[in-house]
Design a protein around this ligand. Structure first.
Ligand code: GTP
Ligand code: 3PG
Length: 250
């Protein structure tokens, strides 16, 4: 069984790269909706023995209570920055040596339970690190390892390569997985365009909370206008942002 850690930045500071198209309260609302979609998947997952929300956001304890998961306030960890916070959180949850630890980002509104299952199985089969990467294969949106083989976390720029390097140096195997929900994080305006397009498709895997957030008519109308230029620059949106534009779930 695995213990999942979901780090969540204070929502007033979240998604700064979207400040050109979303106000501060909209960024907060979007981040909260995405976190709810991720928690809906994690809190019901049979492969997870526990889920801990690691956050100092003022709403974090209520959010955790709503999904019947644990809340670990970041200020109790005396650590700064995502990598140090996660290392301290791993110490604090003190799992058994053989327990798997799953670190997952909260900005993954397309996440589905079978992607978590696939990662858990791969780690059980091969040991070492499982790295769930993004569409560019540069970042790490999911990281899975045995509690007694905790890596030095390298979240940040080029983290996929850095986590692979760490495993190589530690003499452990590393597998890179690119599944469609884990790969599609929401960082840039073009990712919001992808969300808007998915929200119009009733068959898309987009989570219910993010879908509801984007259905607010005034917000949707404004975003469509703000993103129209981007859409033109990207060429055919269907080709670039279709539901399965990256990731293989098998
Ligand atoms: N608890 C905690 N979570 C963090 C911290 N930094 C990032 N995160 C979380 O880690 C994941 C990836 O975050 P980033 O993409 O680095 O930051 P972001 O707020 O999503 O976006 P930007 O502000 O645009 O960089 C998200 O789930 C964040 O909420 C931190 O210092 N503490
Ligand atoms: O390690 C990484 O790639 C980053 O922490 C991922 O975060 P982002 O892609 O959401 O910025």
């Amino acid at each position: 069984m695995a213990h999942a850690l979901l780090p969540l930045k204070d929502l007033v500071a979240a998604k700064t790269r979207l400040s050109g198209i979303l106000s501060a309260s909209e960024r907060r609302g979007l981040m909260q909706a995405m976190a709810q979609d991720v928690l809906a998947v994690l809190s019901n997952h049979p492969g997870l023995s526990a889920v801990t929300l690691v956050s100092d956001d003022p709403g974090a304890s209520l959010l955790a209570a709503n999904y019947a998961i644990e809340h670990l306030p970041e200020q109790e960890l005396a650590a700064e920055g995502l990598n140090a916070v996660l290392a301290a959180a791993c110490e604090r949850i003190s799992p058994q040596a053989e327990t798997q630890i799953l670190v997952l980002h909260a900005d993954l509104p397309f996440l589905q339970g079978h992607e978590i299952q696939l990662a858990l199985e791969r780690q059980q089969q091969s040991g070492g690190l499982v790295i769930g990467t993004d569409c560019e294969q540069s970042g790490t949106n999911l990281l899975l390892f045995a509690a007694n083989e905790r890596p030095l976390f390298h979240f940040g720029v080029d983290s996929c390569a850095k986590h692979q390097d760490w495993a190589r140096q530690a003499g452990l195997p590393a597998q890179v997985l690119q599944t469609s929900g884990v790969a599609r994080d929401v960082d840039q305006p073009r990712d919001v365009l992808m969300l808007l397009q998915a929200s119009l498709d009733p068959n898309s895997a987009l989570g219910a909370s993010t879908r509801a957030f984007l259905s607010e008519p005034k917000l949707a109308a404004r975003l469509h206008i703000a993103l129209a230029d981007l859409d033109d620059e990207q060429g055919s949106p269907q080709a670039t942002f279709s539901e399965d534009y990256c990731g293989h779930d098998k």
